[in-house]
Design a protein. Structure first.
Lengths: 145, 142
């Protein structure tokens, strides 16, 4: 229960940061990338602020033996660059440029009571589930042969 | 046009960073939003889903909490059409699944750890987002 309440409060803090920073606002996102047009450099400051705090905070936190409410730190260990990673990132960027929402920006926007974030979120889920389905089918075919 | 807001954006970014650090400090987890959503809508056990669901609910109530504090609901402006939201949304869902992350997981958590994979992924999606916006606004729409 402590874990769930803590997670809720951290999610609330994360969402508050997203909304204050402008990451939940597609007009601001799209203008950040529109250097040749109505450029708004604000999002560089979001990234800068988040990175400085995270880089310092991670150092302090990861120096501890274990997290306060869990047995160990879950950190990605892979180091290789593959086509799957870069291709996926490329497709994500195209989608972000079309819709103006990324996952972290779109979810707090769901709480604004507008329809656009809901449309984006459902479409994003459909994309995620399509990939899951494809992978399940692939592994089944691989197991069958 | 949107107003250039360096101070509020940097402040918001620092709150995002603080939340990212706290999630690692308390739960030992990376705050990657696409990963959190993906696990929630998977066959993972309930124990893996509960904290993720609570995190997302926290994110969703953030605008309401801001409304209660400031007295004004945050406003956003959504230039894309419904069709663009659908197409873009599906591509985001596919991309983050193959790419194992998005702006939060790769762009903040991974970059702060100087992960080569995250730096490469972030540079890639920033480039394709920029190219897409340029195409839509200055080639097709221009």
């Amino acid at each position: 229960m402590t874990k769930i309440l803590t997670s809720f409060l951290i999610g609330l803090l994360f969402g508050t940061g997203i909304v204050i920073s402008g990451m939940a606002n597609p007009a601001k996102i799209l203008n950040f990338f529109d250097i040749a047009g109505t450029w708004d450099p604000s999002l560089a400051f979001v990234m800068g602020g988040a990175l400085v705090v995270t880089a310092i905070g991670y150092r302090l936190v990861l120096a501890r033996k274990h997290p306060l409410l869990a047995e160990g730190f879950n950190l990605p260990t892979r180091r290789d660059l593959d086509a799957r990673l870069l291709g996926g990132a490329a497709v994500f960027g195209i989608g972000w440029g079309i819709a103006g929402f990324c996952p972290g920006g779109g979810i707090p926007a769901l709480g604004l009571g507008r329809s656009e974030p809901v449309i984006f979120f459902v479409a994003m889920l459909a994309g995620m589930l399509a990939v899951k389905l494809l992978e399940t089918m692939r592994s089944r075919t691989a197991n069958a042969t | 046009m949107t107003e250039f807001t360096p101070l509020t954006s940097a402040f918001g970014g620092m709150l995002i960073g603080l939340a990212v650090v706290l999630l690692m400090g308390f739960l030992g987890r990376i705050a990657g939003i696409s990963g959190i959503v993906g696990t929630l809508f998977s066959s993972a056990p309930a124990s893996e889903k509960s904290w993720r669901a609570a995190f997302l609910v926290g994110m969703i109530v953030a605008p309401t909490v801001l409304f209660l504090i400031t007295g004004a609901m945050p406003t956003i402006d959504v230039p894309p059409t419904t069709a663009m939201l659908v197409i873009g949304g599906v591509l985001v869902g596919i991309g983050v699944s193959f790419g194992n992350g998005c702006t939060s997981g790769h762009g903040v958590c991974g970059m702060a750890r100087l992960s080569g994979r995250s730096i490469a992924a972030t540079l890639t999606f920033m480039a394709t987002t920029g190219a897409t916006v340029y195409l839509l606004r200055h080639v097709i729409g221009g």
